[in-house]
Write a protein that binds this ligand. Structure first.
Ligand SMILES: [Zn+2]
Length: 149
C-alpha cells in the first residue's frame, strides 16, 4: 500500500479502526504508536516531577527582614544574590525580593518628599485661612452693622 493510503492500525474499544494518518514509516498514528506513547508518558512523568519539586526557600525560622535604610536594601540584595548563585533560593522568590527592594527604595525616596509636601500644605492652609478671615472682616467689619451706639 502506498504511503498516501495507509491508515493507523489501532483498533478502538468499539472494534473500529483509528483510521488517522500514521507516522512516517510506522503502523500507528502519533496518538497510538506505542513508542511515541512511552516517550510521551516519560515526558509527562518528568514534567510532573519538575512541578512537584519543592522551591528552594529559607527555613521558617529565618530572621525577619527590615528595610529601613538603603543599607538594609543593599544587604538584602547581596544576600539574595549569593543564595541564588548557590542554588539555595528559588528564582521566583529572588525576583519577589528584588521587587520588594525596588518598592522599598522608591518609598524611601518619596517619604521625605511627602513630609515636605505635607508641611507646605499646612503652611498654605494656615495662610489661606488667615486671608479668608481677613476677607470676612473686610466685608463685614465688627461694629459695621449700624447698631453701634
Ligand atoms: Zn491512531
Amino acid at each position: 500500500m502506498t504511503e498516501q493510503f495507509r491508515r493507523c492500525e489501532f483498533v478502538k474499544p468499539d472494534a473500529s479502526r483509528c483510521g488517522a494518518k500514521p507516522l512516517r514509516k510506522r503502523r500507528f498514528c502519533f496518538f497510538h504508536d506505542p513508542e511515541v506513547k512511552s516517550a510521551r508518558d516519560e515526558a509527562r512523568r518528568s514534567g510532573g516531577l519538575e512541578r512537584s519539586r519543592r522551591a528552594a526557600v529559607l527555613p521558617p525560622d529565618a530572621p525577619d527582614i527590615h528595610l529601613d535604610s538603603t543599607k538594609d536594601v543593599l544587604r538584602l540584595l547581596s544576600e539574595t544574590g549569593s543564595l541564588l548563585r548557590r542554588g539555595q533560593l528559588d528564582s521566583g522568590i529572588a525576583n519577589g525580593l528584588v521587587y520588594l527592594c525596588s518598592v522599598a527604595l522608591t518609598a524611601m525616596k518619596q517619604g521625605p518628599q511627602e513630609d515636605q509636601l505635607d508641611r507646605m500644605e499646612s503652611v498654605l492652609e494656615s495662610q489661606q485661612l488667615t486671608s479668608e478671615l481677613q476677607k470676612i472682616e473686610f466685608v463685614n467689619p465688627p461694629g459695621a452693622s449700624g447698631t453701634a451706639a
